[in-house]
Design a protein around this ligand. Structure first.
Ligand code: NAI
Ligand code: HPV
Length: 604
């Protein structure tokens, strides 16, 4: 990199926490590495603008405010698994790659869990402290065996599975609850999967948690859940503080309902020193074994995670792909910035397809599951279009998805598409046709369901419905970083889906008076119209997509229209961008209005 005075500056890496030197040594060959421990949040914000990379463990809070101040930051590397201390959505929005080390410390975390399990079962910390204090308390410190006992595991992921295998080796029965775990993997490891915590909790003698900290897991073990546990059961948390509600746990220990707790992680780390605080009381509780977030603290794990993330930092800063990007852009930051407006566009295209073209009550217009997603022009030279694919899946599924709260992104889009049987064939074409005034064009073609090849006799109805079975096409482009839709099937248009919260798409005969009728019905209902676009039929009735045909300039529109339409087919779309609710009865009234063939409502 060249500085303003012509000198060459090396990219800078900030390391505000203790990281193994094995990885840092890789960086210092080509980068300037600054290890600065003990910075306050304000000091971090002050110095972050000069850094290209930030390397953290669990202590540094990588907030949206910090990321916004980080004008040169390309990557946040988390030397460990959990990224709950990093505001990943904020990083994604800013095009900053977040990487982690998903494997490097899992053995250490699992071994620590087993160490805590045995320590708790055999009163080892208490026995050790008592003996060092000169006492010899054999009868007070009688423990329990784990063999033959049931270990409940919440979260059968990487750490949970290693813990489960080790527990099997100790002769324990292992039962797990994880809505996303593979039944085959569980069965192969002699783990019984149950559907709910209600099933898991009453049968667990020991319970261990290995889920990430998510909105859905925060406070997951609170008073109700702890009460469902067997009297005398013991609980472990080597995942994240706050998954078990600390005050509910303290109550369960104080009441004697639970016989013990082993806690490596706390809601605030380190827990506040106030002796009256819940966490301090928990740590001080005689039946709580506490460690200071040591799950990943082995020499081996720290070497692993440090080398893993430092290699990824080098990859990103040298323009290569990182192997474990957590957030959306598994692409280069510069490319991500270029793609961002198209991400919005493609999501809107998907959403318009689902809400305008697919109709659950019509077999001819049933939701199609085979799509071509065609990138023309400059966009076709992108090395990765994964965010666009993810945006399409998000747009297609969000209006009909019952998976509320699932954030569809490039991490999960492929999996979700597979689960829904959606196939997307991404195609690239370098040269948009001469008719397109824009440098890049995106087109979605929804293909009709293919006829089974074994069917040799084609029914007359099939032939008749051939037209309705034709493909659906939506094209769009970006101008000034804003998305525009340029084509809906045969109709050419130009409107920005960003300009309204709802689209009202009326299909009508192209005759005078329609605008007035629709406008007065909406006016009467106090529906505020933000824009209106009349979309004439500019493409042939066959509705085929040819590359470059997604944007028609006004002249081309007129020409194509004259070329392709006969008088009988003068139909148009009237597309209105409106704000606020449009009631079902209003839609029905619009359809009843003369010459309006159909109306669809699209929530954007
Ligand atoms: N104490 C420490 O030093 C360490 C703590 N950790 C923590 O352990 C967590 C787990 O790590 P990995 O096993 O590597 O992650 P992972 O992603 O492989 O596994 C997490 C599992 O939790 C499951 N899960 C998600 N929501 C769930 C729910 N509501 N109920 C049940 N299961 C649910 C997922 O399906 C997944 O199988 C990390 O997120 C991190 O917070 C990890 C390493 C060290
Ligand atoms: O990897 C994780 O999720 C951990 O919790 C380890 O945290 P640490 O790197 O030891 O601060």
């Amino acid at each position: 990199m060249s500085g303003s005075n012509g000198t060459t500056t090396r990219p800078k890496v900030l390391v505000p926490e203790k990281l193994s030197p094995d990885g840092l040594a890789l960086l210092s060959k080509t980068l300037e590495v600054h290890e600065k421990k003990g910075l306050t949040a304000d000091q971090l914000i002050e110095i972050i603008p000069e850094y290209d990379a930030l390397l953290v463990r669990s202590e540094t809070k990588v907030t949206a405010q910090l990321l916004q101040a980080a004008k040169n930051l390309k990557v946040v590397a988390r030397a460990g698994v959990g990224v709950d201390n990093v505001d990943v959505p904020a990083a994604t929005k800013l095009g900053i790659v977040v990487v982690n080390s998903p494997q490097g410390n899992i053995q250490a975390a699992a071994e620590h869990t087993i160490a805590l399990l045995m320590s708790m079962a055999r009163n080892i910390p208490d026995g050790c402290a008592s003996t060092k204090a000169g006492k010899w308390e054999r009868s007070r410190l009688v423990g329990v065996e784990v063999k033959g006992k049931t270990l409940g595991v919440i979260g059968l992921g990487k750490v949970g599975l290693i813990v489960a295998r080790m527990a099997r080796g100790l002769g324990m029965n292992v039962v797990a609850s994880d809505p996303y775990a593979s039944p085959q993997v569980a069965a192969a490891n002699n783990v019984t999967l149950v559907q709910t915590l209600d099933e898991l909790l009453p049968q667990s003698d020991f319970l261990t948690i290995h889920t990430p900290m998510l909105a859905s897991t925060k406070g997951m073990m609170s008073t109700t859940e702890l009460n469902l546990m067997k009297p005398g059961a013991r609980i472990l948390n080597v995942a994240r503080g706050g998954i078990i509600d600390e005050s509910a746990l303290l109550d369960a220990l104080n009441s004697g309902h639970l016989a013990g707790a082993a806690i490596d992680v706390f809601t605030a780390e380190p827990p506040t020193k106030d002796p009256e605080g819940t966490a301090a009381k928990l740590v001080a509780h005689p039946r709580c074994v506490a460690t200071p977030h040591l799950g990943a603290s082995t020499v081996e794990a720290q070497e692993n995670v440090s080398i893993d993330v430092c290699e990824q930092v080098l990859d990103i800063l040298s323009g290569a792909m990182p192997r474990s990007a957590v957030n959306a852009p598994i692409i280069l930051p510069a490319e991500y910035k270029t793609l961002q407006p198209f991400v919005k566009l493609v999501e809107k295209i998907g959403s318009i397809y689902t809400q305008h073209f697919s109709n659950p009550s019509s077999s001819a217009n049933a939701f199609r599951n085979t799509f071509d997603l065609i990138y023309e022009g400059e966009l076709s030279s992108m090395t990765s279009t994964k965010p666009l694919f993810a945006a399409l899946i998000k747009g297609l599924l969000s209006p009909i998805s019952d998976a509320e709260g699932v954030n569809i992104n490039i991490v999960n889009a492929e999996q979700l598409a597979k689960e829904r049987g959606i196939f997307v064939n991404e195609q690239k074409s370098r040269d948009p046709s001469g008719t397109s005034p824009y440098s890049s064009l995106v087109t979605l073609v929804a293909r009709p369901p293919s006829r089974p090849s074994s069917v040799s006799r084609i029914a007359t109805e099939d032939v008749k419905s051939e037209k309705s079975r034709s493909q659906h096409i939506i094209s769009g482009y970006c101008s000034d970083n804003r998305p525009f839709i340029s084509r809906l099937d045969r109709f050419s248009t130009s409107f920005s889906p960003a300009d309204a919260s709802t689209l009202l798409i009326c299909h009508n005969y192209d005759a005078p008076g329609k605008i007035g009728t629709v406008g007065s019905i909406l006016g009467r209902e106090s529906v505020n119209i933000n824009f209106m676009s009349v979309a004439p039929a500019s493409y042939g009735p066959g509705n085929k997509f040819e590359p470059g045909s997604g944007v028609a300039t006004p002249d081309a529109v007129g020409q194509k229209r004259r070329d392709t339409l006969d008088g009988a087919e003068k139909e148009a779309l009237m597309i209105l961008g409106v704000d606020g609710e449009v009631k079902h009865e209003v839609v029905k009234e619009l359809i009843g209005a003369g010459g309006v063939l159909s109306v669809s409502l699209v929530n954007l």
